[in-house]
Ligand binder design. Structure first.
Ligand SMILES: Cc1cc2nc3c(=O)[nH]c(=O)nc-3n(C[C@H](O)[C@H](O)[C@H](O)COP(=O)(O)O)c2cc1C
Length: 217
């Protein structure tokens, strides 16, 4: 089947894009409301796009009635947000945060999530998340009813058990993030496997340099 995206209605484009681009990692984004309430919302239009500078990107759509989501409104005001990664232990709480509550609802409290202070930004992080990233806005690109937010990571909090003894690499048995597939379907990364480029092809690689400081894991 062919789908002409220049003619397809937005709802169909959403269905096809989210059905086939997955699994998508989930950022449980925490922000602070003007009244000081802790807001949390899951976002799966999310990923990392650079490490120097360390850039993450989140795509926002409006609520069904066209109003802006609290997370985006808070981000526009404070220019700050925290990305909390989600594993199975946080799955049920994450989905509660996906309810479009009023801005005066403390969503961390509602979902039974424990808040911890951030060090560099005015937002709470989730104490039990495997990994939280304090982030400052670099750029917001606005489209009618949508916005793409680029954030620069300022600080990362990693739960101790998620790293190896040397504190360098992730422990894949401990850190198993969930990700969103199509509609209400999710997947957990509990079937990981290693896949390496054949070493004998290395000399054929154009521009190949392995500087001492550059790690590929
Ligand atoms: C797993 C999951 C992923 C989501 N991803 C997005 C997303 O990428 N962008 C978006 O605008 N809304 C997304 N949503 C919907 C928001 O989380 C939802 O509208 C939320 O209530 C917004 O809360 P807020 O008004 O407190 O910001 C997602 C919901 C779920 C459950």
């Amino acid at each position: 089947m062919q789908f002409d995206f220049t003619k397809l209605p937005p709802a169909d484009r959403y269905r096809l894009l989210t059905n086939f681009i997955g699994p998508r990692p989930i950022a449980l984004v925490t922000t602070r409301s003007p009244g000081g309430h802790d807001n949390a919302a899951p976002m799966s239009f999310f990923n990392v796009f650079a490490h120097e500078p360390p850039i993450v990107i989140i795509g926002f759509s409006a609520r069904p009635n066209g109003s802006e989501k609290d997370t985006l409104t808070n981000i526009r005001r404070t220019k700050e947000f925290c990305v909390n990664m989600v594993d199975m232990e946080l799955a049920e709480q994450m989905i509660l945060c996906g309810v479009n509550f009023n801005s005066d609802v403390d969503e961390l409290e509602f979902a039974g999530l424990v808040a911890a202070p951030c060090r560099k930004i005015d937002a709470a992080r989730i104490a039990t998340t495997p990994c939280a990233m304090e982030t400052r806005v670099e750029q917001i690109i606005d489209y009618p009813g949508r916005a793409i937010v680029m954030g620069r990571v300022l600080e990362m909090h990693v739960r101790d058990d998620c790293l190896d003894a040397a504190g360098r690499y992730v422990d894949p048995a401990a850190y198993q993030p969930i990700a969103r597939l199509h509609a209400d379907n999710y997947i957990v990364s509990d079937r990981q496997f290693e896949l390496k480029k054949p070493a004998h092809l290395e000399p054929l690689e154009v521009g190949h340099v392995q500087p001492a400081h550059m790690e590929t894991r």
